[in-house]
Design a protein. Sequence first.
Length: 450
Amino acid sequence: MPVGALFALMIVVPSGYQVLKAALIVIIFGEMILAAFFGNPPRLHPKILLQYIGYISLGSLYGIYGLIQRNAGALPITKEVVLYVFIYMVFNSGITSRSSWKYIHNTLIYASSFLCLYLILSALNAYGLWPDWLYYALETDTGYLSIPADTLKYYGQIAVSSSSLQGLMFLQPYVVGFLISNPKKRPLLLLLLAIAMTVIMVLSGRRVLLIVAVLSPVVTAMSIRLFRRRHIAKPHAWRATLVFAGAAILILTLVVRLAGISIDATFGHLTNAFRSEEVTAGGVIPNVRMETIQQLFEGWKARPIFGFGNGASYAHHIRSDEAPWNYEVQYMQFLYSWGIVGCALYAAGIASIARSLIGIFKSGSFYAQYAVPLLLGMSAFLVGNATNPYLLKFDALFVIFLPVTMINLCLLERRVSRRRASQPRTGVAITRRDRLDIAGTQESALPMTQ
């Protein structure tokens, strides 16, 4: 129950209710300690444990490097790239069965449904179509939601600023990918949820959300065709994609017509992101992100191999006086701080996660139905992270470590299966470790297909 509550809060209010989330983390840690005493210790496959140790070591080394360089943000950044990863490692070790994974999947679906409903009601309330007495604002001092109604009136656009929108970059591709890759498991709730997410992302006024929402169905279908093994039955990916896309386009058309949204204004807002200057309500201004990339690139040239360490800032381009080490373009910030070596090692870890997910999908096992959705959700979020530092937030890191959790489960099941298969031939007695592994994955004895 605490795990589900924490995961739901991370999806619905990622930047708010931090005290409640901290309390839930403490409760979860306590439950895991009690479970370990009663014979159900946390388990990580050696490959996954090594990957976590690699990330923690990388962040720690660059943290020490940043402290030596006296970088102002060395400790804050090190906390985010080391402590947060350690917490996720502990959580991961406590998820050891299929039933736990199904619980996480269901929590993701229901929390996403609530988030979509809340965003829709918030928009209706902002435009006077939903009464105040039936609306409750979830935003706090750190979790914000803003929907300026005059943006549609004067500029033909809907503008939504919400800390909750970032999660849709993972959630929408995940849900769409699950629908398309599982054509026989398409309940009405998931179809409505996928359409609602797509509509919200397209109309939110956020460029990266629009791009992800439009491309995710096509990329999902192409991925299924590309990664499929010959002996696996041919999936109806394109048919499912056309059904979903047709329904989403129909609803979008109706909303655009009824709300009076300008297609030209939306398209112009999208293309502004790729120009050196942006046209806004206040006039023509420099494109801040493009300028930041250019400035940090110039600073990176001084130490291209190992960078400047955690929490480094470029004196010639400061975006925030309170936190001068923070920049919107996170990958350029990583390159400036970690150099080629650090970024290559971090990217190698991401590549190994993607490779493992593709292998699970090709295997056709129970977890195959989740592999492509997780891969596409993670990839889409990483694309969106290029323009905003989402991965430095605890609530957003699940987009990477949720796939790692499933990979860990799959590896544990394979290890148990190999041990079971070898016992009749060798006559080796079952060790206490074997019994714990088998008990932790009892559901793995079920058929591999549902």
